[in-house]
Design a protein around this ligand. Sequence first.
Ligand code: HEM
Length: 107
Amino acid sequence: DPALLAEGEKVFKKCAACHKVGDNAKNGTGPLLNGIVNRTVGTVEGFKYSKPMADAGAGGMVWDAANLDAYLADPKGFMPKNKMAFAGLKKAGERAAVIAYLATFGD
Ligand code: HEM
């Protein structure tokens, strides 16, 4: 759905100070997000994660759409003490749009 992807690209502006996607994306304040949908949590090479984020991945947690939705709705509530300094996206439609947008970027 092109309208959903266009909305997702717009919503991603709220993330882009810390996260990059696309060709030549690099880690910054946050890890690059190419291939994030359905990737094991906390496994972008070269990024230094918080302990809760690293532990979640070591425990086998995957960023499927449901986990991404819950994390983006309330980052600190979903994963206490993770280090993403972002209040979250209150609107379910914005979360769905940005997740659909992220899914267009493979590894
Ligand atoms: C981690 C998405 C906004 C900083 C993550 C992860 C995702 C994500 C999926 C987990 C990455 C992984 O497991 O490899 C998003 C989205 C955003 C957003 C979609 C906007 C809607 C931000 C902002 C900042 C930020 C604005 C900086 C102020 C971080 C940091 C981590 C992280 C530092 C690592 C957390 C840790 O190790 O505990 N983000 N993020 N993010 N994000 Fe964001």
